[in-house]
Design a protein around this ligand. Structure first.
Ligand code: ZN
Length: 319
């Protein structure tokens, strides 16, 4: 009986010295690899289908609160008991009619284990619209690519982080923004409130239109990662992580960087990035912006970049 005990001792020593030598980089890599491997193109598809099937997510339509509550309940079904609506009042003129009504951002938080006040945000707008010639967005506006795809990326990230019991050191905040299409109003309201409360926002990752890619080979897939004056370091990290964890080619063309929610974050001094497809989408703001025109394997790759960044910037000590 003594022989196995003698053998066991050096084996135990070997394993304990291995785990002690696990570096910060190894730990980040292990967690990012696990979370990214859990991202599912089928799940992304199911969220986009669910959002499209709501008929319209136009921010002036009568179902707007119902849409927001459905999103809140989706976060809750993943285990985010703190998911909530954050309302704001909107006064806007649309097609010559004045509207004054409540709007809703939907927020869920994966609380940080060391610095819960430090916020890393992943967001995307959930409202949809049609261009003038396309019809009446009050009754139908599928918005599968613009921007059920970005909401799906955020939901899937929230799901895999909760399922894996990932413990970020700072908090990861997921936000589905309302009323983007009429003037980035949801993100504006969030930034105003955050600024008034001196919230410690480390950065914001915006996914808007990330599921349109026509190339069949993943080696020909490209994503535009837009940044702002204050987010050079974040962009550089995103480019490195995209090459490490995905098959994506990246480039940086900031021509359209004012046209989505990340712009408000940059205006308020918070570093932000805007992930955006490469190919021109012929179905933009049309009744044909439907799920069959989306590429969910591509969407999964773009989502992986946000996951890698959220892990990389929220594991900064060996615990
Ligand atoms: Zn959009």
């Amino acid at each position: 009986m003594t022989k196995p005990a003698i053998l066991l001792f050096p084996i135990l020593l070997f394993f304990s010295s291995c785990s002690e030598k696990l570096s910060l980089e190894d730990r980040r890599d292990d967690i990012a690899t696990e979370l990214i491997s859990d991202l599912s193109a089928d799940s992304l598809y199911s969220y986009v289908e669910w959002l499209q099937d709501m008929g319209t997510r136009f921010c002036l339509a009568g179902n707007r609160r119902e849409v927001a509550i459905s999103l809140r309940d989706k976060f809750m079904s993943f285990g985010y008991g703190n998911a909530r609506l954050d309302s704001f009042f909107l006064e806007v003129t649309y097609r010559d009619v004045d509207y004054s009504l409540w709007q809703y951002n939907v927020i869920a938080v994966l609380e940080g284990s060391v610095y819960p006040d430090s916020l890393s945000i992943m967001g995307g707008h959930y409202d949809s619209i049609l261009s003038g010639s396309e019809g009446d967005p009050f009754s139908e506006a599928p918005g599968a690519h613009d921007n059920a795809s970005g909401v799906a990326a955020m939901l899937e990230t929230a799901r895999v982080m909760k399922d894996s019991a990932f413990e970020p050191e700072g908090s990861v905040v997921f936000i589905a923004f309302g009323a983007e299409e009429l003037g980035l109003y949801g993100s504006l309201d969030y930034c105003r409130k955050a600024s008034a409360e001196s919230a410690k926002i480390k950065f914001m990752l915006n996914n808007d239109m990330i599921a349109f890619e026509t190339a069949s080979s993943e080696y020909n897939w490209w994503v535009n990662i837009m940044n702002y004056d204050n987010s050079e370091a974040l962009l550089s990290d995103a480019e490195i992580l995209a090459s490490e964890y995905t098959s994506l080619n990246t480039y940086n063309d900031n021509e359209l960087n004012q046209y989505s929610d990340s712009y408000n974050f940059s205006r308020y001094g918070y570093p932000s990035l805007f992930f955006f497809k490469d190919d021109p989408d012929p179905d933009y703001h049309s009744l044909n912006d439907r799920i069959e025109n989306c590429n969910f394997n591509y969407c999964r790759e773009v989502t992986a970049v946000s996951v890698a960044l959220l892990v990389n910037r929220n594991i900064y000590s060996l615990r």
